[in-house]
Design a protein around this ligand. Structure first.
Ligand SMILES: [Zn+2]
Length: 382
């Protein structure tokens, strides 16, 4: 922590890393794992001694039950936890999770092993493959999905406590969530920073996009060090806000909505166990996720999702795409027309903006071309 106060620009990167094999032994990590131990003991005692038996809040473990609860007015602090599945309908490939076919595509970059492309040490020595891939995967258009706008609707209605996202595609921001509404657990492309600890100059998305598309390796104009998008690479720490907000948000959560994530990447996946024992949890996903091993459940190791057992009392699985699930929930809440209107208006706005940008780009290109054609040796077709 003292390090963080000496180097304020670095503080976003203190604390845990997403890498299980990380061997760093800084004190904040010990503190975090101490917390987990305490949670574990608390869960063990409460389940074996029958302490604080949880309240059953939902009348039924269905989307209807969740909608009724939201409409009751007792549900004021909703936390959304979202993963790559909410952005696939926007045409954004899952950028870093293994098993998505992305790694199979990396042979042309001559990596020592596929994960190296997202490893911070490798990146600092060989940034080219990462930026080549970033160019290849760069979304043509940043158009949020129904699911993103559903979260914006929750915010507008004063119900969204926070959105914890694993995504780096900035679509939550494009949909209208602000920095304070968001924990970008794996960082974001929205901003970039000079990698030099002495400099840390910030750059915006337009600057980075321009570098990526001109095949320039982005260098800091102050100190010439590499500039890296603020996404969390393997071997890097999660943003400190992830840990500070998590401790504030989850105990106060009235409803956890988990969308488009298979809950397999820690420490993100562990967040589902941080809400109170009574807090209902709704999963909207193409398959069930986050269930505890039944044996662990029998031994009193709580925390996992329980949709189907005799003891299930608060977890709801709605198996569908995130867009369909959000639209169905909006319908049950009487918000369907509002959500559809928001999607329509916002998409039209983005389309017209995009057209304007394209027009000015092609104007720029035309100007370039015409100035180039002034050079006498390129004049042929006149
Ligand atoms: Zn710099």
């Amino acid at each position: 922590m003292s390090e963080a106060s000496e180097l304020p620009k670095r503080e976003e990167e203190e604390d845990l890393t997403p890498e299980p094999e990380d061997q760093s032994d800084d004190s904040s990590e010990e503190e975090a794992s101490g917390d987990t131990d305490m949670d574990f003991l608390r869960n063990l005692f409460s389940s074996t001694l029958g302490l604080g038996s949880p309240e059953k809040i939902l009348d039924e473990l269905t989307l209807e039950g969740v909608a009724q609860y939201i409409k009751s007015g007792k549900c004021k602090n909703i936390i959304c936890m979202v993963g790559a599945g909410i952005s696939t309908s926007a045409g954004i490939p899952d950028f870093r999770s293994p098993g998505t076919g992305l790694y199979a595509n990396l042979q042309k970059y001559n990596l020592p092993y596929p994960e190296a492309i997202f490893q911070i040490d490798y990146f600092k020595r060989h940034p080219e493959p990462f930026f080549a891939l970033a160019k290849e995967l760069y979304p043509g258009q940043f158009k949020p999905t129904v699911c993103h706008y559903f979260m914006k609707l929750l915010k507008d209605k004063g119900l969204l406590r926070r959105c914890y996202s694993q995504n780096i595609d900035t679509l939550e921001r494009v949909a209208g969530l602000q920095g304070e509404d968001l924990i970008e657990a794996h960082g974001t492309f929205y901003t970039s920073h000079c990698v030099s600890f002495c400099c840390r100059k910030e750059y915006n998305l337009d600057w980075m996009k321009e570098k990526i598309f001109s095949d320039d390796i982005p260098r800091c104009d102050k100190c010439s060090s590499l500039v890296k998008p603020d996404i969390v690479f393997f071997g890097e720490n999660l943003p400190i806000r992830f840990f500070t907000s998590m401790k504030m948000d989850f105990p106060r959560c009235d409803l956890l909505i988990i969308m488009g994530t298979s809950l397999q990447v820690q420490p993100f996946a562990g967040l589902v166990g941080r809400v109170s024992k009574s807090c209902p949890r709704l999963l909207i996903n193409m398959e069930k996720a986050g269930q505890a091993d039944p044996l662990f459940g029998m031994l009193g190791f709580g925390g996992g999702m329980d949709f189907d057992s005799d003891k299930a009392y608060r977890d709801v699985a709605h198996i569908s795409t995130c867009d369909d699930g959000c639209m169905a929930l909006a319908d049950l809440l009487g918000w369907k027309a509002e959500l559809e209107e928001m999607v329509k208006t916002e998409h039209a706005r983005i389309d017209s903006q995009d057209k304007k940008e394209k027009a000015s780009e092609s104007k720029g290109a035309a100007a370039k071309a015409s100035s180039a054609s002034v050079a006498p040796e390129t004049k042929k077709e006149e």
